[in-house]
Design a protein. Structure first.
Length: 213
């Protein structure tokens, strides 16, 4: 029986959307609008933490068992590792550029940041598209349900609860009802309760502020 890897495609959908919106949000900030730059930078930090923990979970918990069990397809896993390194390099540049822009909301810093975000998104999309086409079918055949579940557990364990609620809202945003039910059922009961009571209204307020709706 193969593992259902659909939940990762739903998560990827959020990373695709937010990497695009971050470019648009930064580009729309007027020079000198430091309060707005601070809001957008805070959202980037949530996005960045979510992506880092997502990739670290794969690095630590998914690649090793796959490499131990596949032979001819090991090149797929090695390619994923290389793509993670390229994405991490783009994030490192953003880690420098965002604070520089946040401090003054300068036009030059903004334009530099938008270009770096475009580079990041290009590297990210290349990876996500390749992972969904080649790696997820491999994982479905070669990892156990327990190993797959450990990816989500890693994210929960390594993310502060307020940020976790934001990230979960981002993932649920474009999920259909069936996908939403699947994601909610995978959460530990306390986290699921926290989402319904606190997370959902908090996320609605947060995203209106971030997107200036």
């Amino acid at each position: 029986m193969s593992v259902d890897t659909q939940d990762m495609e739903i998560v990827h959908r959020a990373f695709r959307r937010e990497s695009r919106l971050l470019m648009e949000l930064v580009a729309a900030v007027a020079p000198g609008a430091t309060a707005r730059a601070e809001v957008v930078t805070g959202h980037f930090r949530d996005y960045r933490l979510g992506l880092r923990n997502h990739h670290e979970g794969e690095d630590e918990l998914l690649w090793p068992p796959l490499l131990a069990r596949v032979d001819l397809e090991a090149d797929i896993v090695l390619r994923m590792e290389a793509q993670h390194e390229r994405v991490a390099a783009t994030l490192a540049r953003l880690d420098t550029a965002f604070p520089a822009w946040e401090a003054t909301a300068g036009a030059a810093e903004r334009d530099t940041l938008v270009a770096l975000l475009a580079d990041h998104r290009a590297a990210l999309l290349e990876h996500l598209d390749d992972e969904e086409a080649t790696l997820l079918p491999l994982a479905a055949r070669h990892v156990t349900e327990r190993e797959w579940a450990s990816l989500g557990e890693h994210l929960v364990a390594n993310t502060p609860k307020p940020t976790l609620l934001t990230l979960f809202g981002l993932v649920l945003e474009d999920a259909n009802p069936a996908e939403r039910a699947t994601l909610l059922s995978a959460l530990p009961a306390p986290v699921r309760g926290l989402w319904h009571l606190v997370g959902r209204p908090r996320y609605a307020r947060h995203i209106r502020r971030v997107r200036a709706l």
